[in-house]
Design a protein around this ligand. Sequence first.
Ligand SMILES: C[S@@+](CC[C@H](N)C(=O)[O-])C[C@H]1O[C@@H](n2cnc3c(N)ncnc32)[C@H](O)[C@@H]1O
Length: 262
Amino acid sequence: MNDRPIVFDDGDSYEKMMGVWSRSVGGLFIDWLNPAAGLRWADIGCGTGAFSQLVFDRCAPARLDGVDPSNEQLDYARKRFAGKQTAFVQGGAYPLPWPDDSFDLAIMALVIFFVPDPAKGVAEMVRVTRPGGVVAAYAWDVLGEGFPTAALQTEMRAHGIKVVLPPSVEASRLERMRDLWECAGLVDLETRVFPTHRVFESFEQFWDISIMSSSTRAALADVDAATRDDLKAALRARVKIDSGGRVDARAHANAARGRKAH
Ligand SMILES: C[S@@+](CC[C@H](N)C(=O)[O-])C[C@H]1O[C@@H](n2cnc3c(N)ncnc32)[C@H](O)[C@@H]1O
């Protein structure tokens, strides 16, 4: 049985797999936040900057600051935004490396379930946000089959392969997110479910990209070639492949937003 933790140490693979998925929800999340231009954004667990990219493409921020424990992911983000109003610092969700009240928005994109104590993480987001500013997050509904590789995970379990889950997976449930936001004293609370999908040109492409996810890599690291082949065949039989050979994969994320009280 495999007990390897999920690690983020390969920015290129991340971008091809989860970065594309993150942005597919991130666009809907930004529509929902409907932010003005010229704001100061904090991106907690920014990774390669997959979500930060959307902020620059669509929100004309005054500046964006990111924090993430992974130096490999941060290197990717630093190169990506060279010359922009950004700074990317190594660290975790608490304590955050910024003064009180220094941002208009603090967000976590696909991060809250990795934070060992999610309530502490939300409290820190509140601390660094100015009164009236927004604290928001989205996370795959892992326990509600919303993860982009949920079908693969179902087959992994059927093949006796342990699926590695993020340490605070409960925090991605919609009700739990609402509780966290409420307990942090945030007001004008709202939650939302964002369904999304991604079309793969072939089953092979779907497979190759799905096994790049950090959690799947961790789970498959010690699986022998024969079991891997069986798993792939079972997944091929499970997913819908259209007449053109394409796979239209579905996922959904839960999101919460609130304002810091004045
Ligand atoms: C699924 S990635 C999301 C990256 C990016 N926000 C995006 O939307 O693509 C999760 C990120 O959380 C980071 N992370 C893991 N534990 C963390 C913690 N305790 N505090 C902050 N970030 C953490 C990882 O290094 C990784 O970059």
